[in-house]
Design a protein around this ligand. Structure first.
Ligand code: NAD
Length: 299
């Protein structure tokens, strides 16, 4: 039944996000070739994923090759490093980068992949580990419509709200915009809950009350709960959000626009990192103002 839609897919980067996303592609009846610099998760190999020795080997076997690695240099090395994806590509194959990286670098990577007779889509995601596991990710794409339509059935196995925003780089630009909104929202929720807690109100009940009104947001629901319950295991690490705000601030400088609240929130992320919190979930951003105020939202 699935046969006619079955694709040969490569997946590189099997971390918090990549492992469940790759799992959905496999469960969708596709042939899956995987590579990570770390050993592949047993859940994937047990389900039939074929482990390759390099990105080049993945690219030789698969027609659509997905990357989900941390940052711009990791994508560059996965694509163009020794035994990287580019070394195994042949005409007509498609590279899909789902990591969150620099929009400018993305345009360059796409040009180099196009020069090999292959196509490129940038397709970063939002929705976190929860969305990756539940296959409900939001996917923001940049590339040609023709290529997007070829990859769409795979996107539909991993996500729900899937949009082709524009050409290469536009998916990554959308993701940077997303990260600005998320960071500033986390900071807003932190300030509101800290204020309420210091005033003597129960922050858990304040959150509950606000969730019925105009101030509600996914951040109040998910990150607000983490702040109250003090569950800061990642999730989405502070160091990855620092990377994304850095892309926002570098872009703002290059384009000549001002993002004052993004800059302040990045400084608060830096304060968290300076206090040993780089590896914690970004909801731990609340601890920056907790330190400054000498008061915790909850114990
Ligand atoms: P992660 O660190 O858990 O996983 C990244 C994986 O890539 C690791 O297993 C690592 O070994 C592997 N890797 C690194 N360099 C490699 C290379 N050159 N070749 C092969 N494998 C390589 O990170 P993550 O949380 O899964 O995030 C991945 C991307 O998704 C990041 O760009 C992040 O910003 C983005 N993202 C993460 C979340 C989240 O909630 N975690 C949400 C949305 C977007």
């Amino acid at each position: 039944m699935q046969e006619k839609n079955m694709a040969k897919v490569g997946f590189i980067g099997l971390g918090i996000m990549g492992a469940p996303m790759a799992g959905h592609i496999l469960a969708g009846g596709n042939e899956l070739y995987v590579y990570d610099i770390k050993p592949a998760p047993a859940a994937l190999t047990d389900a039939g994923a074929k482990v390759c020795a390099s990105g080049a080997e993945v690219a030789k076997n698969a027609d659509i090759i997905i990357t989900m690695v941390p940052d711009t240099p990791h994508v560059e090395s996965a694509l163009f490093g020794e035994n990287g994806i580019a070394a195994g590509l042949s005409k007509g194959k498609i590279v899909v980068d789902m990591s969150s990286i620099s929009p400018m670098a993305t345009k360059e990577f796409a040009k180099k992949i196009n020069a090999l007779g292959c196509e490129y889509i940038d397709a970063p995601v939002s929705g976190g580990e929860v969305g990756a596991k539940a296959a409900t990710l939001t996917i923001m794409c940049g590339g040609s419509e023709e290529t997007f339509n070829k990859v769409k059935p795979l996107f539909e196995l991993m996500g729900k709200n899937i949009t082709l925003v524009g050409g290469n780089g536009d998916g990554q630009t959308t993701k940077v915009a997303n990260q600005i909104i998320v960071a500033l929202n986390i900071q807003a929720v932190s300030e509101a809950l800290l204020f309420a807690s210091k005033a003597g109100a129960d922050p858990a009940k304040v959150r509950q009350a606000l969730m019925g009104g105009f101030a509600n947001s996914r951040i109040l629901e998910v990150h607000g709960e983490r702040m109250v319950k003090r569950t800061f295991n990642p999730g989405f690490r502070i160091e990855l959000h620092q990377k994304d705000l850095n892309l926002a601030l570098q872009g703002a400088k290059a384009m000549g626009v001002s993002l004052p609240n993004t800059a302040t929130t990045q400084e608060l992320m830096n304060a968290c990192a300076a206090n040993g919190m780089s590896g914690l979930d970004h909801s731990a951003l609340c601890q920056a103002i907790e330190l400054m105020s000498n008061h915790k939202i909850a114990q």
